[in-house]
Design a protein around this ligand. Sequence first.
Ligand code: DX5
Ligand code: ZN
Length: 221
Amino acid sequence: MLILSPSILSADFTILGEQMKEVEAAGAEYLHVDVMDGIFVPSISFGMPVIASIRKASDLIFDVHLMIDRPERYIEEFAEGGADIITFHLEATDCPDQVIRSIHSLGKKAGMSIKPKTPVESILPYADRLDMLLIMSVEPGFGGQSYLPESTERICQARRLLDERGLNIDLQVDGGISTDNVHTVLGAGANVIVAGSAIFRGSISENIKAMQTAFAKFENE
Ligand code: DX5
Ligand code: ZN
């Protein structure tokens, strides 16, 4: 199944609640929530109080992408704040196994993300315990960047490595995706698509509809 995860990093925070409702009404499945700490990535976004507050206003699946150093410090707080899927960066921790265990022990789904320069095979020791793998298609830190073309081969490689091992986990891609290139990303083997600026710039519902149309076109080929 193909899933769209609109990233609220590109939302208008003065009307975030309304925009989330629009996302939900348009039929998106997930809400991608980018947490940045100014250490693992250069920028700072938002944290627990914001997530706990918007949780009350939405039934969407909260797909929380932690771009934070040593995520093991905060898993419990994000779980309690309303995350459904918690994705951390392999590069940000010395204890990935512990992080996966703690996400699962809190009843949440565990995702692992890698930056564009991290070899795809470095996820292999953990892959059988993951619910989702996130291949970043930009350097994490900012919305609105351009898709790195080398990502396509990395997605293909990830899809191959997972399939060879019979691992039926979600393969998410995040960064620079729009209706112009989503077909390529899906063709490479991704099934969960994050999009920030492509959804929140202009009409949210029309943008989501256009993305759903692209999904349907891909599926019917
Ligand atoms: C970047 C974030 C992305 C970002 C995507 O570090 O992880 O989720 O919001 O935004 P676009 O789709 O504009 O590249
Ligand atoms: Zn993200």
